[in-house]
Design a protein around this ligand. Structure first.
Ligand code: XBP
Ligand code: MG
Length: 222
């Protein structure tokens, strides 16, 4: 194994309640009467990508996403998320220790996420106190790929930028969409279900753990 490839939201940290607050704050700031409950958000989360999620919500409400400035709303939401996550972020158990263990073994580190590069930067700064680029050699994120998870594109981009084959890498994910993306790209995948994904179907995962607490690369899937 030569590299670990981490999903971000739900895997590095339980970020989705902060994303939800940022979406609702952006809608309110735009004077829109849209408020997502946690229950509604849990359902909408099966659509990856904030812009895609807003569009799905509108279509399900019988509205036309083309009638609304979805990209501008999402940009405002992203700015709000970055401000909020600074105060509320904490890595999930075992993540910092695994990253330290990987670095001590000379493993390379990458990110493959649906969220934006700005959000990755905000989360890593808030939880690790360093720029994301100081920790992750490759950050494949958001709109860098046309097709978001469960499509394999973002993992394929990470592999391409690492210059590694899928079999040399181990992926860490929290959702079924992320598992499908990583497996379609050929990576062995460890799933650590998160608050909003706990009930999903993780068939095909190489390992499913409640968290990374106490887990070591010594017992990683061969
Ligand atoms: C989870 C997602 C993202 C976040 C919101 O990403 O699907 O859309 O919910 O972030 P990950 P954006 O692949 O890290 O689990 O609004 O920036 O999309
Ligand atoms: Mg995730």
């Amino acid at each position: 194994m030569k590299a670990l490839v981490f999903d971000v939201d739900g895997t590095l940290a339980e970020t989705e309640t902060v994303h939800l607050a940022a979406f609702n704050a952006a809608f309110a700031a735009a004077g829109l009467p849209w408020t997502w409950s946690e229950q509604a958000y849990a359902r909408l989360l099966t659509t990856t990508g904030g812009k895609e999620r807003i569009a799905r919500y509108l279509r399900e409400a019988g509205d036309d996403p083309e009638r609304h400035p979805v990209a501008a709303l999402h940009a405002d939401k992203t700015a709000r998320y970055a401000a909020m996550i600074a105060d509320e972020a904490a890595l999930r158990p075992g993540v910092a220790a695994l990253i330290a263990e990987a670095r001590s073994h000379g493993l390379r580190l990458a990110v493959a996420t649906t969220t934006t590069p700005d959000n990755v930067e905000a989360l890593v700064q808030a939880t690790m106190g360093v720029p994301a680029g100081a920790l992750f050699e490759v950050i494949a994120a958001g709109d860098m790929v046309a097709a978001k998870k469960p499509a394999p594109d973002v993992y394929r981009l990470a592999l391409e930028r690492l210059g590694l084959a899928a079999e040399d890498c181990l992926a860490f994910e929290d959702s079924r969409n992320g598992l499908l993306a990583a497996k379609a790209a050929g990576l062995r995948t460890v799933v650590v279900p998160s608050r909003f994904t706990a009930g999903e179907d993780f068939a095909g995962a190489d390992l499913v753990l409640p968290s990374l607490a106490g887990w070591s690369l010594e017992v990683a899937p061969a």
